[in-house]
Design a protein around this ligand. Structure first.
Ligand code: PEP
Length: 253
């Protein structure tokens, strides 16, 4: 029996509104999925406090996650948000190293690892995103790319770094493209990631949730969630349509 409670996380990126938040929260409440699995919403920062208040008012068990934090505590960094600020706005978790942060904002694996460690230091649970580019995939470099991304976290955070976190495998070629990885390929990669964690900490490897992300839909979600090393999903596009997101959550039950 698995000790891992499934996670389904909505990553709204730079989308959404108060109206969408109200709609999604209402549908989550009606369906009760938040009581049965770990349902996460990661909206733009302007909605953190708004959603946090609604979660409290309506006694929801939704986990609010920041989309990003800066690795420093404070300073002259216009437009940035520290881990403390995200926490003060109600966030419990934070996405670190999403492929869009890595590719569009040039964030390295070391910077990602610094954010990961900073998040843990204030009590935010990091969701570490890892994944290879199309070129790396085609050249058979998936495992070496993931190894480098995971080793960066071990380097900064030490052997116990993965004790309290979530990992999301998101092949860049599958994110937002409508071309998901096959469930078999995703399972192979998830097994590899769990094996890497196991080589430094076998207990953590058994408990750490590893999510698949990349063009997950209500139609294909079940094929991922049926894999032994896939513990849920990180959902982009489909999380902006409440009905679809709820359906994906229900598939993970
Ligand atoms: C994502 O943004 O993390 C993601 C997986 O997006 P999509 O589901 O749209 O591929």
């Amino acid at each position: 029996m698995t000790i891992r409670k499934p996670v389904v996380a909505a990553n709204w990126k730079m989308n959404g509104s108060r109206q969408l938040a109200d709609n999604l929260l209402q549908q989550i409440q009606e369906s009760g999925v938040d009581k049965q699995l770990q349902v996460v919403i990661s909206p733009p920062a302007t909605l953190y406090s708004y959603i946090d208040e609604k979660i409290i008012q309506n006694k929801l068990e939704i986990i609010l996650a920041a989309q990003n934090i800066n690795e420093l505590d404070k300073g002259a960094l216009t437009g940035e948000i520290s881990a403390h600020l995200a926490k003060e706005s109600g966030c419990k978790w934070v996405i670190c190293g999403h492929s869009e942060r890595r590719s569009l904002f040039n964030e390295s694996s070391i910077t990602t690892a610094e954010k990961f460690v900073k998040a843990q230091s204030v009590g935010l649970k990091p969701i570490l995103c890892v994944g290879e580019t199309t070129e790396e995939y085609e050249k058979g470099k998936t495992f070496s790319r993931l190894t480098a991304q995971i080793e960066a976290v071990l380097h900064i955070g030490g052997k116990t770094a993965f004790k309290d976190c979530i990992i999301a495998y998101e092949p860049i070629w599958a994110v937002g493209t409508g071309k998901p990885a096959s469930p078999e390929l995703a399972q192979d990669v998830h097994r590899f990631i769990r094996g890497m964690i196991s080589s430094v900490c076998p207990t953590t490897a058994k408990s750490v949730c590893i999510l698949y992300g990349g063009s997950v839909t209500p139609e294909n979600a079940a094929s991922y969630f049926a894999q032994p090393d896939i513990d849920g999903g990180l959902i982009g596009g489909a999380s902006l349509i409440p009905e679809k997101f709820i359906e994906i959550c229900q598939t993970a039950l």
